[in-house]
Design a protein around this ligand. Structure first.
Ligand SMILES: Cc1ncc(COP(=O)(O)O)c(C=O)c1O
Length: 381
């Protein structure tokens, strides 16, 4: 059996032909840039998130960069985020010209450590940038209070957490800005790159619009040093097509995660902690073990597309060597980089596929109970 991490065909459903015909028409009509498809998706996603505005941009990385620039964050300013995030979070801070200040992750939740965040605040801090990593919502109330006390903005990196909630509130709607990626790997996936910024303030929404459109206010009137970073129309159409399915897909991800937790919980492994009142959307299902590399090759040999996210912690990335972070400075992030492994999790995964993964994880830790290899289809007699 081969257990993949993605099944794009299943995401389009049985009426995919209708969408393909619409896209064909868009191609022929020249409906490419900032068409009604983009404004429609922006409205739909804003309604879904419960925010006043969404502005579509080129990617999740651009969403973060433009959000930072919209707050005039730049050289001399510090932005606090965590050491175990994806590279793009910190790259966006650097591209804005600001200084990333890393804090270590919490050992159980793998999210930003609130106490260390409060200690990291200096007179230069402008923004706290939590990442809802792997689809788990970062507890926001403490961070929002910390930001208020110190006159800071909160920008949420929700690139991995479309549809994740705390109580009834969607992640991406807590901070001044919520930044999303629609990279094809994401829970809400475009057919290429794409991103969005969620925002409640009318003024900031207009500022973001202006920044993404080369600082343009009316044709040929450039009032800001902007970017060219717009959500593509065809991607917007694909996203509108998929958005109505997102909650059901996330619910199915939670069911699969619950099966993994139940079936594998007796083994010498750990999982990302859960918090009452949260709705995790399991962009990634992380299993933690000190025997990670052995387990990874065992699963891959069995055709299971397990991967490591992320094997090289941010402080040790060559691209950030000028930040002078040291090995050992962020011990939790370094341990997580050595011990985490993602099991495949897709909304369309069958029980047989989940069983296959669980059997092989169990077989690695308890070789004597290893399952006999299952034939992929019945062998003719
Ligand atoms: C946590 C996080 N932040 C930012 C990004 C950047 O998004 P994109 O790849 O769309 O630029 C990603 C995804 O790739 C991500 O996982």
């Amino acid at each position: 059996m081969n257990i993949s991490r993605y099944n794009y065909r299943s995401q389009f459903g049985e009426y995919a032909e209708t969408l393909v015909n619409e896209i064909r028409q868009m191609l022929l009509n020249g409906d490419y840039i900032l068409t009604e498809h983009v404004s429609r998706f922006e409205r739909e996603f804003a309604d879904y998130l419960g925010v006043s505005h969404v502005r579509g941009v080129n990617s999740g990385t651009d969403a973060l960069l433009i959000a930072l620039r919209a707050l005039d964050v730049g050289p001399g300013d510090e932005v606090i985020t965590h050491a175990n995030t994806f590279y793009a979070t910190v790259a966006a801070i650097r591209h804005a010209g600001a200084t990333p200040v890393l804090v270590d992750a919490d050992e159980e939740s793998f999210l930003i450590d609130e106490l260390q965040t409060s200690i990291a605040v200096t007179p230069r801090t402008r923004v706290i940038l939590p990442v809802h990593l792997y689809g788990k919502p970062t507890p926001m109330s403490g961070l929002i209070q910390l930001a208020k006390r110190n006159d800071l903005a909160v920008i949420e990196d929700a690139a991995q957490a479309h549809g994740a909630r705390i109580g009834n509130r969607m992640v991406g709607s807590f901070g001044v800005f919520g930044c999303f990626s629609f990279h094809p790997s994401k829970n809400l996936a475009a057919a290429g790159d794409g991103g969005a910024i969620a925002v409640n303030s009318d003024d900031l929404a207009e500022h973001v619009r202006c920044l993404r459109e080369l600082g343009q206010s009316g044709q040929n009137n450039h009032v800001l040093l902007g970017f060219n970073s717009k959500l593509d129309s065809i991607q917007a159409r694909v996203l509108s097509w998929k958005l109505p399915c997102l909650d059901a897909w996330n619910a199915r991800r939670r069911e699969i995660a619950a099966m993994y937790r139940e079936r594998l919980g007796e083994l010498p492994v750990r999982f990302q902690s859960t918090t009452p009142g949260e709705e995790h959307v399991y962009h990634l299902f992380q299993l933690r073990t000190t025997r990670r590399d052995g387990l990874l090759s065992h699963l891959r040999k069995a055709g299971i597309d397990a991967v490591v996210r992320y094997p090289h912690p941010i402080p040790l990335q060559k691209a950030f060597s000028d930040c002078n972070w040291r090995q050992g400075q962020f011990p939790v992030a370094e341990r997580l980089a050595k011990e985490l492994l993602c099991l495949p999790i897709r909304p369309d995964m069958s029980i047989a596929e989940v069983d296959y993964v669980c059997d092989h994880v169990t077989g690695f830790f308890r070789p004597r109970s290893a399952p006999a290899p299952r034939p992929e289809r019945a062998v003719p007699v």
